[in-house]
Design a protein around this ligand. Structure first.
Ligand code: PLP
Length: 419
């Protein structure tokens, strides 16, 4: 880099930092300075690029980039939509919404067939809680460690008190039970006299990739049936092929009454999420469609992205590819941890392309994120357990990306564990 380039880089860095400090969030600006975070400029496939043109292997993105960045077919379809009709009137029939709803319903399990599109995962949670309410539910049972978003209703069922307590006065009562403990759920349901809904993730992602014991989801389904409770499965992070199946609940052939979808639903191109309901659940909204609406929900840009994403995933068998790549990564990481005798210090948990590495304390996990960044690898920590770093790689990884990840990981771990 010559002097001119260095000084213009310095200027850009200062400008972005100042704008963050004064207009975005001063706390985040401080953190970014501390971590010396680069400026993100673009992405393609499995890679991110910073303002200096350096490339990074993206293994983060909070689960959004299963198809990598800017997947060409999806970008092309969204571009066509952008130039023809990016926003809908909301009064006339929206053919883009109808097409996307039918395409999503076609890959959903059982009779989950009515789709309500929104923009963020937390909005899908809100829609589901409202629909459960319209179906007569007066209580919500959710799981310790669960994560469903941060708007008020979603926050009420999110298991981490750190995010919930500052708003406790405004939140409605919900009941938390330990995740994976069907007896605790049984006792909780027995104690509630009115109709109840149960919300959980089939695999808890933000809790640090926690899988429940085998058979648990089936037991939850049976308990809900026994108590006439509504079952909401949040597949926002675990769904859309991330775990090597279309939906994590497929592993136990469990069908929810309401299912939540988000993250990679648009192939990482346009924000979109969805609530999918069975005809029985949908009845109150079929009677009065105006009970829950959103101006930007089901906008044609997002709908084009959804249709293109689902088509690409089926055409290129990306769910199967996620399963194979997940197995490859699991085997390689287990071998690495064993060979370097790190297995006693790190707990690895895998579910396809959702991987969690648990450290003995949060500062080690934070150091690991920094050391990985030095290897130009981007990962995430887990919102509900800061001891766990989480990897959500893309199915677009080639052999050289896998090697990059493994080599970078080995170097970063060596620095983290023996500084
Ligand atoms: C399982 C789950 N549900 C809901 C959400 C909330 O989604 P969003 O951040 O898009 O509102 C998340 C986000 O991480 C999630 O992992």
């Amino acid at each position: 880099m010559n002097n001119l380039e260095a000084s213009s880089r310095e200027r850009l860095m200062t400008q972005v930092h100042d704008q963050y400090r004064d207009h975005v969030n001063a706390g985040y600006a401080r953190l970014a300075s501390l971590m010396n975070l680069p400026i993100e400029s673009s992405g393609a496939g499995a890679h991110l690029f910073d303002s200096d043109g350096n490339s990074y292997l993206d293994a983060g993105g909070y689960g959004v980039f299963l198809l990598g960045h800017a997947y060409p077919d999806i970008v092309a379809e969204v571009s066509v939509q952008l130039h023809s009709h990016p926003m809908a009137s909301k009064l006339l029939l929206n053919p883009f919404q109808a097409r996307a709803a039918a395409a999503l319903a076609a890959v959903c399990p059982g009779d989950l067939q009515y789709v309500y599109f929104c923009c963020a995962g937390t909005e899908a949670t809100e829609a589901a809680l409202k629909l459960a309410c319209l179906n007569g539910c007066q209580h919500v049972v959710s799981m310790q460690g669960g994560y469903h978003g941060k708007t008020l209703g979603a926050l009420a069922v999110t298991g981490n008190a750190l995010y919930r307590n500052p708003f406790a006065r405004l939140l409605k009562q919900s009941h938390f039970v330990p995740y994976g403990d069907s007896q605790a759920l049984r006792e909780q349901l027995q104690s509630l006299p009115e109709r109840t809904c149960v919300i959980l993730e089939p695999i808890q992602a933000e809790a640090g990739v926690i899988r429940p014991p085998a058979g648990y989801l089936r037991q939850v389904r049976d308990l809900c049936d026994e108590h006439d409770a509504v079952l909401i499965l949040d597949e926002i992070q675990s769904g859309m092929g991330r775990t090597g199946r279309w939906w994590a609940c497929d592993e136990e052939n469990v069908v929810a009454d309401i299912m939540l979808v988000g993250k990679s639903l648009s192939g990482g191109c346009v924000p979109v999420s969805a609530m999918v309901a069975t005809p029985r659940m949908q009845e109150p909204l079929n009677r009065n469609p105006l009970l829950h609406t959103s101006t930007f929900g089901a906008n044609p840009l997002a709908m084009a992205a959804v249709v293109a994403t689902l088509r690409v995933m089926q055409r290129d068998a990306l769910v199967q590819r996620a399963q194979r790549l997940g197995e490859t990564l699991q085997y390689a990481f287990e071998t690495l941890l064993r060979r370097r005798q790190w297995s006693s210090q790190i707990q690895l948990r895998c579910a396809g392309l959702l991987l969690g590495f648990e450290f003995s304390d949060a500062s080690l996990a934070a150091n690991m994120v920094m050391h990985l960044l030095a290897q130009r690898i981007v990962v995430n920590h887990s919102l509900n357990d800061h001891c766990v770093i989480r990897l959500t790689p893309s199915v677009m990884y080639g052999d050289s990306d896998v090697q990059w990840l493994l080599d970078g990981f080995a170097t970063a771990l060596a620095h983290t564990l023996s500084p």
